[in-house]
Design a protein around this ligand. Structure first.
Ligand code: PDD
Length: 279
């Protein structure tokens, strides 16, 4: 078992992996990424992550990169590292070239990856739920593309931690968007309400799986906008994401959500997700 880096086909220890200083991801944030987790030695939703990666690449007008090549590289790294509960970070930049805003003409994309053991969320948060704060959504207009331009997310997450909370939820014009690295849903009247897919949120793979599980479990799903008022009136609230899985949010801006403890719908969805993932 080894934590490893991959840089354009070459494997090494993570600490010794290097990219050129003129990589466009580094200078312009001109790069996209994915984060994929495995459970018991099997990557969860690999093809769905590859679909979204292709969509992000197209969204930034990258030249097409063969999907088979990316999949092969991911599987090779996963096999070499031999980590049963792994998190694979994949980043593809438009390449390294002398700094110029214009796309470079003859530069190949740079593909870098790391594989590490997944850092599980504290059991205490799963048992008792987590707190969140709300922040104004000051991100760009294409939050549906998974680009590495995450500074607003970084600042908001730090603000949450400094306030003694676990995460921050982006709000724009009163509408509840998503958290800093997870989608966000509420439970009301036994059904879930989640932001519809548009340019203001990331089309989360976990969100998609949860919607599918809701169908199986006969839990109604409403993909529609909801505002902070509805959030504060909700019975339950939860984050969904590759690392957060389904994480209960029991307090927002120091106000209790529902009864202020983990609700039955959230708990059922967490268990169903773990089962689907083969945990
Ligand atoms: N974050 N929304 C945002 C802004 C995210 O960054 C993520 C994922 C999600 C959830 O997507 P998914 O269910 O596909 O993981 C929603 C990854 C894990 C990250 O930044 O590390």
């Amino acid at each position: 078992m080894a934590e490893l880096a991959y840089v354009n086909g070459t494997l090494s220890a993570i600490e010794s992996a290097r990219v050129p200083i003129e990589d466009r991801g580094y200078q312009f944030g001109d790069a996209v990424y994915e984060f994929i987790a495995s459970y018991n030695g099997t990557l969860f939703c690999l093809e769905e992550h590859l679909d979204r990666l292709e969509r992000s690449l197209r969204g930034l007008d990258f030249s097409p990169i063969p999907r088979d090549g990316i999949r092969k590289a991911i599987l090779m790294l996963f096999e070499k590292a031999s980590i049963s509960r792994a998190g694979i970070y994949i980043q593809i930049s438009r390449g390294a070239a002398p700094r110029n805003h214009l796309f470079p003409k003859s530069t190949s994309p740079q593909v870098v990856m790391t594989i590490r053991e997944v850092e599980e969320k504290p059991a205490e948060l799963r048992k008792n739920g987590a707190a969140a704060i709300t922040v104004e959504d000051f991100r760009w207009g294409r939050c549906d593309l998974k680009t590495v331009q995450l500074l607003p997310n970084v600042l908001a997450k730090q603000k949450a931690i400094d306030a003694g909370a676990f995460d921050a939820i982006f709000i724009s014009e009163g509408i509840v968007r998503e958290a800093t690295s997870s989608n966000f849903s509420i439970v009301s009247g036994g059904g879930i309400i989640t932001h519809p897919l548009n340019q203001n949120i990331l089309p989360g793979i976990t969100r998609m799986v949860i919607i599918d599980l809701c169908k199986e479990l006969k839990i109604p799903v409403h993909e529609r906008f909801f505002n902070t008022e509805e959030l504060f009136r909700a019975d339950e609230a939860f984050l969904t994401g590759t690392v957060t899985e389904v994480l209960p949010i029991v307090q927002v801006d120091r106000r209790r959500i529902g009864e202020g403890r983990v609700g039955p719908v959230t708990q059922r969805l967490y268990e169903a997700l773990r089962e689907r993932a083969g945990a």
